[in-house]
Design a protein around this ligand. Structure first.
Ligand code: 8X3
Length: 247
């Protein structure tokens, strides 16, 4: 049997890069995609058999062209996503909402549609959608991001219904507070002080590796075991609103 292949979106940093490392360690041939070619090419050099393909998941034609380059796909990790802005509904920028919907929802649609034939043909395919605790609840300032991630959650739930009886699992992983290099910095448009304040006093937020560990566990369960939805938060975060901060 040839080596199982995992395609990972947003693999240039954070949870995507950590997941690429984790799945390569599990023996998968990983295909790294992200907009930033230099970062995924550098990571691919570190991982045996890995390949990098620069890709914007919001570009449907590019996604279809990428899919045509693949001879085998067993696992699709829909990780590309993110938050833009933390403004109230009253003043939020529609451009931020459009960007979040395009990446977090339509990006998942494009990738899943393009790779589903290969995932089904593998006889044991997995579509994993990385959502968020913002897919299941919300918080002030989180409306646009929560709306997009609620959308991704709905896609996961619907796809699982539609694929029932076919050899493709649909897994959703919903992380809470994860400290990565870029998530909060992107949300606050590069404002380092605001980004750091998100994690202020939290003894140990999750790391990208913690989430990659969860993803690695979920996708390596036996084929008949489907981890529908897994919420993972740091011990110091009991809910979107209940975070223990040390003074
Ligand atoms: C990240 C979790 O709390 O910033 O997806 O929405 S949160």
């Amino acid at each position: 049997m040839s080596t199982r292949t995992a395609v990972i979106t947003g693999a240039s940093s954070g949870i995507g890069a950590a997941t690429a490392r984790r799945l390569a360690a599990e023996g998968y041939r990983v295909v790294l995609t992200a907009r930033r070619a230099d970062l995924i090419e550098a990571l691919a050099k570190e991982l045996p058999g890995a390949r990098a393909h620069a890709l914007d998941v919001t570009d449907r034609a590019a996604v279809e062209a990428f899919a045509a380059t693949l001879d085998r796909v067993d696992v699709l990790i829909n990780n590309a996503g993110g938050a833009h802005g933390a403004d109230p509904v009253a003043t939020a920028d529609p451009a931020d909402w459009r960007t979040m919907y395009e990446v977090n929802v339509l990006g998942v649609l494009h990738m899943t549609q393009a790779l589903l034939p290969a995932l089904t043909a593998s006889g044991d395919g997995t579509v994993l959608i990385l959502s968020s605790t913002a897919a299941l609840g919300t918080y002030e300032g989180g409306s646009g991001y929560a709306a997009a991630k609620h959308g991704a959650h709905a896609v996961a739930e619907t796809l699982r219904l539609e694929l029932c009886g076919q050899p493709v699992r649909v897994i959703e992983i919903a992380p809470g507070m994860v400290r990565t290099d870029e998530f909060a910095l992107t949300r606050f448009r590069g404002d380092r002080a605001k980004a750091d304040a998100v994690y202020a006093g939290v003894a140990e937020p999750l790391t990208a590796e913690d989430v990659a560990d969860t993803i690695g566990w979920a996708v390596t369960r036996p084929p008949h075991v489907n981890i529908d939805l897994l919420v993972v938060r740091p011990r110091a975060q009991a809910s979107n609103y209940k975070v223990h901060r040390e003074a």
